[in-house]
Structure formats: C-alpha cells, structure tokens
Design a protein around this ligand. Structure first.
Ligand code: NAD
Length: 338
C-alpha cells in the first residue's frame, strides 16, 4: 500500500510508472463519485490514461449480484480486455463489489484499490476478500482476489462523518490488541486524527501479516474476527441500526470481560480497551440482553458444527482462538455483559 496525504494528484503518474498505460474502469458509488470523480479523473487524464467511470447508488443494500451484473455489463460495453484494470474507488462496498467484478470479468482482470473510508483503508482493501451480499446474509458470495496495488490518500477522510471515522479506529484498536502492544501504546498516546499515515501503515502491516499466514481464512486469520462474533450478534439484533464499527467496539469489550471471567486472560485488557474506545469516541456497552444476542450468534454463518470460534485477548498484543460449544454460548454472552 502506498499512503500519502494528497497522493491522488499524483495517482495517474504513479499508475503509469508502475503499470504502463492500461485502460482503467473506475467502479464507485454515487456519493464518492459526486465528491471526488473530478479529482480522480483529472489526475488519471493528466497522465494520459484512458478512463471510464461506472457508479451505483451508495449503500450496503446495493452490494448485490444485480449491481455486479451492471458493473460487468459496463466493462463489456466499454470493451475492457485482460490487459486493462478495474479501479475500486470508495469505501468497503465499492471495494468488495469492484474487486469481485474484477475477479470474474474475463475470468479475472487486475484491479487497484483507492479506499476513501478509513475502514476500507485499514481493513477491506487489504486481504483480497471480495464479494457481495445475498438476501440470506452479508458477504455470502465472493472470491479471493488480490489487488495489484492499494493507494491511500487520507485527505479523502475529511468528508467522512465522525461515526464512519470511528469505525476505522475500531479496527485499528483491534489490530493493536491482538498483535502489537507498542502499536496499542501509540494509539493511546495519539488521538482521533493524529498521526494518521503512520497508524494506517502499521494497521495494514498487521492485517497483512495475518493474511499472509492464512490467505484462505481457515486458521490464524480468524484472529482478525476479534470482537466480531459478539459484534455480529449486536448488529443483527439491532436490525443493523448499530453500525459495524460500533458493534465491533462493544464486541471487543464483551470479549475482554468474558476472557477475564473465564480465566483466559493473563492480564486483563478490559480497562485499557474501555479507555481507548472512549478516546476514539466509540461505544463500550449495549442494552441488549445475553439471551437474544446468543440466539443471533447461534444462527450466524460462522457457526461451524456444534461450536463457535471466539477470539479472546490473552494480554496486550496477543489473542487466542477458542472454540466454544453451542450449549455454552449463552453463558459466554452473559459473562461478556457487565
Ligand atoms: N473485504 C474485506 O475484507 C472487508 C473487511 C471489512 C469490511 N468489509 C465490507 O466493507 C463494507 C463497509 O465499508 P465502508 O464503511 O467503507 O462502507 P461504504 O463503502 O458503504 O462507505 C460508507 C458510506 O460512506 C460514503 N463515503 C465513502 N467515502 C467517503 C468520503 N471520503 N467522504 C464522504 N462519504 C464517503 C459512502 O458513499 C457510503 O455511504 C461492508 O460491506 C463490509 O462487508 C469488507
């Protein structure tokens, strides 16, 4: 990943230098296109690149096969070939969708990621998971398809609502907790908006190290789900009115508390996490009850056989994957709530 404030102005030149002069099909959503299409277009045109744009209405509800179909239709209509590139421009929704279109168009063309949300920069643009939602649930169809390059310009985040920025921080705090105490201390020293290039770079390194160790997400990479099993249950029970980042923040608190009470933590992370979440303006608790949350978790797709894989913190910078039998799930949720 190349990170730099204002790098969008040089993006066309950087692509040209590294990849020659491919044609570029930019896939974006309506909000990002209306805010930044001109800026991106100017940079690519200045480098002499032939660029075509496709965008779809913003929002998770459009991360569907229907939209992928429209994106494929656009690529075919514009006669994109195997030597051309797709450029995913936006947050995680255009990123996942454009990556998936690139994975299947002509059985796979190269693609670039230009994330415009902090969450996309530190999470969805790294790791090669692409895909769409099905009526039965989120991210149920997709492919592993790695971008050829990711270009991150933190200037895009200036137009993000505060809650969206906080969602990115939730994932960064997670990276510190599961993998790197020094990084966690750095996040404690900084605050919202500080040292953004440095901390994105470290978060991406941490995520990439888990991905490299387990590309297909069958083992160690699942440590990145820290806070997510509890978090998914909160999202589901709230009918998705609690955002993903907020749910992950609360989920991490629940995982810390449960780990303490189950005797799994060598040193408790609960108080430290709570202070960090407050610093980055993230929630720390929920009013939902253990029974309804556990019920939602038991119907989640991450259920495998008769156990659910939980990630519990052991100490700062270290976490463990622990399979919990279905019968014990309600108790683990009770222990996670204060
Ligand atoms: N592939 C992965 O590994 C992975 C990991 C985490 C999340 N995800 C996926 O990412 C998605 C969530 O990501 P997201 O929060 O970035 O969603 P998103 O792409 O929907 O962006 C959130 C909102 O912010 C708007 N937006 C984007 N950039 C903006 C900017 N610079 N200024 C103002 N508004 C802007 C968007 O138009 C949208 O309305 C989910 O679909 C999730 O499943 C994927």
């Amino acid at each position: 990943m190349t990170i730099g404030r204002g790098l969008t102005a040089r993006l066309g030149a950087m692509i040209r230098e590294r990849f020659g002069a491919p044609r570029i099909g930019v896939i974006s959503d309506s909000t990002v296109a209306s805010l930044y299409r001109e800026t991106l277009s100017a940079s690519l045109a200045e480098a002499g690149l032939d660029v075509r744009f496709f965008d779809f209405p913003a929002g998770e509800s459009r991360k569907t096969f229907e939209t992928v179909g429209a994106a494929l239709d656009f690529l075919a209509r514009e006669r994109f070939t195997r030597s051309d590139f797709v450029l995913a421009f936006g947050g995680g929704v255009p990123g996942d969708l454009a990556g998936f279109a690139a994975a299947i168009y002509l059985r796979g063309v190269r693609f670039l990621q230009v994330p415009t949300t902090l969450l996309a920069a530190v999470d969805s643009s790294v790791g090669g998971k692409t895909g769409v939602d099905l009526p039965q649930g989120k991210n149920l169809a997709g492919a592993f398809w790695q971008p050829s390059a990711v270009y991150c310009d933190p200037d895009f985040f200036r137009t993000l609502p505060d809650e969206r920025v906080a969602e990115g921080y939730a994932e960064m705090i997670k990276h510190g907790l599961i993998a790197d105490e020094a990084y966690l201390r750095r996040l404690e020293t900084l605050g919202p908006g500080d040292g953004i290039e440095e901390i994105i770079a470290r978060s991406v390194e941490i995520k990439a190290s888990f991905v490299a160790a387990d590309t297909r997400d069958t083992g160690l990479r699942q440590t990145l789900n820290f806070g997510h099993t509890f978090g998914h249950a909160i999202e589901k029970v709230s009918a998705y009115s609690v955002s993903h980042g907020s749910a992950v923040a609360i989920g991490m608190m629940m995982a810390c508390r449960a780990a303490d009470r189950l005797g799994l933590s060598e040193s408790s992370m609960t108080a430290r996490l709570e202070a960090l979440l407050r610093l980055y303006r993230l929630p720390t608790g929920t009013a939902y009850g253990a029974e309804e949350l556990a019920g939602a978790a038991l119907s989640d797709k991450k259920r495998s056989g008769e156990t659910i894989q939980f990630v519990f913190p052991i100490r700062a910078g270290a976490a463990a994957l622990v399979p919990v039998p279905a019968a014990d799930i309600p108790r683990v949720f009770r222990l996670g709530l204060s």
